[in-house]
Design a protein around this ligand. Structure first.
Ligand SMILES: Nc1nc2c(ncn2[C@@H]2O[C@H](COP(=O)(O)OP(=O)(O)OP(=O)(O)O)[C@@H](O)[C@H]2O)c(=O)[nH]1
Length: 861
């Protein structure tokens, strides 16, 4: 690549006056425009409108530009502009730096707002010179001293005054390539496929020639065009993508009028066109369906430099002034390649040309559109990815991003707008397709955020739901069913609201599945709470049942008899029925299922039964039972039928009463031993856990213990029964002994006459005391002291004091005696024969009272 910036050649070689004509033929119909056609021979100055008139900014700018040209200020190097690059080198390699250059020239981002023209023609016909003058470029110009090829390959540059790209094509017909017309053909194809305006540069004297007038090259161009239509396979394409061929006749000295030259050239082209074999269906199409022709001439640059410059300037205006009627870059010639896609397009076209493939421009444009749309989409997606990255972390850590929905929509919108801005210029169908693809890609990238947000929403709302229920159930009075239904509704509303915020348009996203999963989990928690609440409720009911059965059971068990269990079970059934109806009443608000109710009722019955059993156990504990039996025995033995205590008299049948009372009481022990009502209809039966399917399910969940109903009916075993009997017998015997003793003591009463004898014998002593003042005073004092002790309740304290004193005296005496007898005695043998009280063996170790009782018993028997 040659980036040299060449100065414009010296313009002051010759200064010969001449006149210039310009003829243009837009089509259809074929027309001839001549910038000065009204008077072809008139000098150029006369043909220009006066300064300030509507005809042309190019005219107004003319003096300035002329000065630029003369002073060399149009020199591209001075402004840093006008750089060029060798687009295709001598070895026919495409330069990959086009994009870089376009960007440097500020053309990459202009979309369709640029134009492209190419110049072809025989070698050394002043093409580069003309381009440099027209556009301020810096293409190489031949050195006069050595006449040889200067432009090799195809060069590209840009205009200084407008967004115009220029292709300077290697001259044809040069001795350097000789017979080889391969590059000429390829470069012509390439130029035609890319340029809106194809300038054909030729000397005036070449008009009418075949090779010299580039007719061979033009024939190729026309053939290629027809080939393009064959590829497009549609006649509708005809007339849509036209190219303007602008003939520039150099060194026109005006001997032959421009009109004649134009006509000759047109006739030549029509002849060529006619000679071409047309594709099927396109036999009748005219050359002007594909091409517009324009003709212009320039005076001799060396002989008429001033005129040459003026004409060039005028010609420049036709390239740059969009408002001018003679503006060359008409809309219809534009190849509709956005500037950013141009490098790729040119590269592909050249590749096609190189591989001798048919040039199918529409397909190329489509392929370019695909390529560029992909590139633009990738760039937009990369920016989008970066901007949504910050959302990932909070969502991964379980947070909810409040603005996620709006943010996702905004970032997606930005990416699509970015894509639309650059890609909408390309092939419409491709653009639409690629936009859909991008949209899908963006949605796919956003999907994890959407799902993450839903996941977190689910977790957080479930936790909140649980907490709200637990908090509300802590209160004193609540309706569980209402609490659950209110909180459920709240949770679902919140979920729906939050989920709808992140549902984006143009997606197939749905929250249906997630919502149903959420509902399922909410219900699961409600069920859990309900189960806990049911257990709580059953426990409460059980507690109140315990309270309500306590008294009736105690009462029933304290009055044993054949119907003792009938009464106890009656009381239990009443309490159980009440408990069950309380449960069912409360369970209505819980929305419990039949199965849950069955489980809870089963549990309630079992727990109630166990409560009954525990009460019975309490009432049949050893001391309680013994006291009951004792009481019953006493009632029968010590009281008569009217409940009056018996005073045993010698003629009473103590033995008979005793054995009856004892046997009756002993007969009650088996009644206590087992829960068994006399009336079988009052029997209560509960299923044991082993045979209860409902309970098995509960046990499987580890919520309850094993329960064997038949076991619970037995209050105590045979061994214990025997033990109780034995103990009772002993106690009863004690009562018997006591009864006998009380009868003996009543027999041993002092007769009344003894008291009369005592009064008769002691009468003298009584009189002696009454008559003696000392004794009488002592008697009065004694009576007064007794009265005081009685009045002040001092009998107790006096007794305890006297007892304490007695004990102390006894202890002291005991100590003294022990101390005395511990000394060696003069006759120990005598003392040893009398065992002390302490050493006295207690026959059978029984307490003294018992021994005494036994003695008495023996006597009675
Ligand atoms: N007679 C005449 N000579 C010109 C004119 N314009 C340029 N020249 C001269 O023609 C010679 C060739 O000019 P270039 O601009 O290099 O021609 P070219 O067609 O670009 O040459 P290649 O790029 O090699 O094909 C130079 O010496 C110019 O000074 C013109 O209008 N008339």
């Amino acid at each position: 690549m040659n980036n040299n910036i060449q100065q414009h050649e010296d313009e002051s070689l010759l200064n010969t006056n001449g006149h210039t004509q310009a003829t243009s033929i837009p089509a259809p119909p074929l027309q001839v425009h001549d910038a000065v056609h009204a008077n072809p021979t008139a000098p150029l100055v006369a043909s220009l409108p006066p300064t300030g008139q509507a005809a042309g900014p190019q005219v107004a700018a003319a003096p300035v530009l002329l000065n630029e040209m003369k002073n060399g200020s149009a020199n591209p190097t001075s402004s840093g502009k006008g750089e060029r690059l060798q687009l295709i080198d001598e070895d026919q390699k495409f330069n990959p730096s086009v994009k870089e250059y376009l960007s440097k020239w500020g053309i990459e981002d202009v979309g369709f707002n640029y134009d492209l023209c190419a110049v072809v023609g025989s070698q050394s016909t002043g093409k580069s010179t003309l381009l440099n003058k027209l556009f301020g470029t810096s293409f190489d110009v031949m050195n006069e001293n050595e006449r040889r090829q200067t432009t090799k390959g195809i060069w590209m540059s840009h205009a200084q005054h407008a967004p115009i790209l220029i292709l300077d094509v290697e001259g044809s017909d040069g001795r350097e390539r000789g017979e080889d017309q391969d590059f000429e053909r390829k470069s012509a194809l390439f130029s035609m496929a890319s340029a809106e305006v194809l300038m054909v540069n030729m000397w005036e004297h070449q008009v009418g020639l075949y090779q010299g007038a580039n007719m061979g090259m033009l024939k190729t161009v026309f053939e290629v065009n027809l080939g393009l239509f064959q590829a497009a396979k549609s006649k509708t394409h005809v007339g849509k993508d036209k190219t303007l061929i602008l003939f520039v006749i150099r060194d026109h000295i005006a001997q032959t009028p421009m009109e004649n030259l134009s006509r000759t050239l047109l006739a030549d082209m029509n002849r060529i066109w006619d000679s071409l074999s047309k594709p099927e269906g396109l036999e009748s199409v005219s050359i002007t369906d594909f091409f517009d022709f324009d003709f212009t001439s320039l005076p001799h640059k060396l002989l008429q430099p001033e005129e040459f410059d003026r004409q060039v300037l005028q010609l420049r205006g036709r390239f740059t002034e969009r408002s001018s009627s003679q503006f060359l870059f008409k809309q219809q010639y534009h190849k509709r390649i956005p500037a950013d896609g141009l490098p790729r397009y040119l590269d592909t076209i050249w590749e096609q040309v190189m591989t001798n493939k048919d040039l199918d421009l529409p397909t190329q444009q489509e392929m370019l559109a695909q390529f560029r749309c992909d590139e633009i989409a990738s760039a937009a997606f990369a920016t989008f990815s970066n901007s949504v990255k910050p959302f990932r972390k909070p969502l991964e850590t379980g947070s909810i991003v409040d603005t996620l929905g709006a943010d996702m929509a905004q970032h997606r919108g930005v990416a699509l707008a970015k894509f639309d801005k650059d890609a909408s210029r390309y092939h419409a169908e491709v653009y639409k397709r690629k936009r859909l693809e991008l949209l899908e890609k963006l949605n796919t990238a956003l999907l994890p955020l959407f799902l993450g947000q839903l996941r977190n929403l689910h977790k957080i709302l479930i936790a909140l739901f649980k907490k709200a229920i637990v908090d509300r159930l802590r209160g004193e009075s609540y309706d569980f069913g209402q609490v659950v239904s209110e909180e459920r509704k709240k949770a679902l509303t919140k979920y729906n609201a939050a989920a709808s915020l992140i549902l984006l348009q143009d997606t197939d996203w749905s929250v249906k599945e997630e919502l149903s999963q959420f509902e399922e989990d909410v219900d699961k928690i409600a069920d859990q709470c309900r189960a806990e609440e049911t257990v709580k409720m059953v426990t409460q009911i059980e507690r109140s049942l315990k309270k309500s059965i306590a008294e009736p059971i105690e009462l029933a068990l304290s009055k044993p008899g054949p119907d003792m269990w009938d009464r106890a079970l009656d009381a239990f059934r009443v309490a159980l029925d009440k408990a069950e109806s309380t449960y069912l009443g409360k369970a209505k608000g819980f929305n419990c299922t039949e199965e849950e109710n069955a489980i809870a009722l089963n549990s309630l019955r079992r727990k109630s039964w166990l409560a009954l059993r525990s009460k019975v156990d309490e009432q049949t504990a050893d001391p309680v039972l013994m006291s009951k039996l004792r009481g019953l025995f006493e009632d029968k033995f010590r009281y008569d039928d009217q409940g009056i205590p018996r005073v045993w008299k010698p003629d009473d049948d103590i033995d008979g009463f005793f054995s009856k009372a004892r046997n009756d009481t002993l007969a009650l022990i088996p009644v206590y031993a087992r829960i068994e009502p006399s009336d079988p209809s009052k029997n209560i039966t509960l299923p044991s856990t082993a045979e209860d399917p409902i309970h098995s399910a509960v046990v499987d969940r580890g919520e309850d213990e094993e329960f064997d109903f038949s076991e619970t009916l037995n209050i105590f075993s045979e061994t214990r029964k025997a033990d109780i009997e034995a103990r009772f017998r002993k106690e009863a015997d004690a009562y018997y002994v006591e009864a006998k003793r009380s009868m003996v003591s009543s027999i041993a009463q002092v007769p009344m006459w003894i008291y009369a004898v005592m009064a008769a014998l002691g009468w003298n002593e009584f009189i002696a005391i009454v008559r003696s003042p000392i004794y009488f005073t002592l008697l009065l004092l004694g009576l007064a002291g007794a009265y005081l002790v009685f009045k002040l309740n001092l009998a107790g304290p006096l007794m305890s004091v006297s007892k304490a004193v007695g004990r102390e005296v006894h202890r002291l005496a005991d100590d003294q005696l022990r101390a005395h007898f511990s000394q060696p005695l003069p006759q120990p043998a005598i003392l040893a024969e009398k065992p002390s009280y302490a050493d006295k063996p207690s026959s059978s170790n029984a307490p003294a009272e018992e021994i005494e009782l036994e003695d008495r018993q023996k006597k009675i028997d």
